[in-house]
Design a protein around this ligand. Structure first.
Ligand SMILES: Cc1cc2nc3c(=O)[nH]c(=O)nc-3n(C[C@H](O)[C@H](O)[C@H](O)COP(=O)(O)OP(=O)(O)OC[C@H]3O[C@@H](n4cnc5c(N)ncnc54)[C@H](O)[C@@H]3O)c2cc1C
Length: 318
């Protein structure tokens, strides 16, 4: 018997079956809902990139797009300007991230009120992190101490739709996973209608979290936050701060590609799309993409999930 005619062993058979099964992404109906996150641009050039990305992603009919709030509230004006522009010039519901850092309750009320007046009805309510890395969070003497308090405060200002943050691998400051879940429940009980998760890289992390949340009496929507990673070193730095684990296989996949940006992009899309496909297979129908203000990766993954474009900003203007 030659190597070519030898019957496959059990392990090989399993692998062959996996590889020969119908294409993983074949026949998906596009029934998933998607949303996209951006950060406020620092320059005119970055603003153009952001805007091009919004225009590219709009035809996918996202449920909403959100714009982050810089550490310590450092992007207050830019976040407001970006969210207000999205609300005015597109038909995508715009959501503004808002944090408790360095602001009194009265100042936060003023910001929230101005969002309401600009037609923004959705806030992603966060405690936030201090402006400098490694510092501990300290609440403003007249401010909110936690995201749960902020949610309750916002609900007193206007009937906002509110999303909050969740941590499949537990927030680094939490006493334990259960106390983090209790905190998530407090945020939802205070009036938030969904939780968007910190990024993670294995579907199991999300499924375990979803089960634990269910057991803790949380029945609100848990939307996985998807970060398509094309720069592992940068992601590692960020992951360390927010309690997400980068699996070893991810380093291997990107090794030797420092000078191959296109290959990195392809691999980034493959890894993130596979994660989304596993989540989809596990019943997930809502995905939130951390776009880093670039549309291509998120667009490609949405396409693989069966999303197809319809209706554009131009049609809205017509
Ligand atoms: C989807 C998403 C979007 C984000 N956007 C931004 C952004 O735009 N700008 C920004 O600066 N940051 C952003 N962050 C990061 C976030 O601000 C940080 O992770 C921050 O450290 C925690 O914010 P939180 O809203 O989860 O806080 P909280 O829900 O208040 O929790 C903070 C910590 O305190 C603990 N805790 C809270 N209350 C209690 C209590 N009563 N008893 C015991 N423990 C308690 C929690 O378990 C947790 O460990 C985002 C995170 C996510 C997942």
């Amino acid at each position: 018997m030659t190597e070519h005619t030898r019957p496959l062993g059990l392990n090989e058979l399993e692998e062959a079956k996996r590889a020969l099964d119908v294409p993983l992404f074949a026949g998906l109906s596009g029934d998933a809902d998607v949303s996209f996150e951006f950060f406020p641009p620092k320059s005119e050039k970055m603003e153009q990139t952001l805007w091009d990305s919004v225009v590219t992603l709009e035809p996918l009919n996202p449920r909403f797009v959100s714009v982050t709030y810089g550490a310590g509230g450092s992007t207050r004006e830019r976040t407001h300007a970006t969210v207000a522009r999205i609300a005015k010039e597109t038909r995508i519901p715009a959501a503004a991230h808002l944090t408790c850092v360095g602001a009194s309750k009265a100042e936060i009320a003023e910001v929230a009120q101005s969002y309401w007046e600009a037609g923004v009805r959705h806030i992603v309510a966060l405690r936030g992190d201090p402006p400098a890395e490694g510092q501990a969070f300290e609440s403003h003497p007249e401010g909110y101490n936690s995201a749960a308090e902020l949610v309750a405060g916002l609900k007193d200002i206007a009937p906002f739709e509110i999303s909050v943050a969740a941590y499949p691998e537990t927030h680094p400051e939490a006493n334990c996973p259960q106390s983090d879940l209790d905190n998530l429940k407090r945020k939802l009980d205070a009036g938030a209608s969904r939780a968007i998760t910190q990024f993670f890289f294995t579907a199991e992390a999300f499924f375990r979290f979803r089960d634990a949340a269910g057991a803790a009496g949380i029945d609100a929507e848990l939307v996985p936050g998807i970060l398509p990673v094309s720069n592992v070193a940068q992601t590692r730095k960020f992951a360390g701060m927010c309690g997400a684990e980068i699996p070893a296989w991810m380093n291997d996949l990107f090794e030797g590609l420092d000078d191959h940006p296109s290959a990195r992009q392809l691999i980034a899309a493959t890894v993130a799309a596979e994660l989304c496909r596993k989540l989809y297979a596990g019943g997930v129908r809502q995905f939130h993409f951390y776009t880093l203000n670039r549309a291509e990766l998120s667009y490609a993954i949405c396409h693989l999930l069966g999303k197809r474009p319809s209706g554009t900003a131009q049609e809205k203007a017509a």
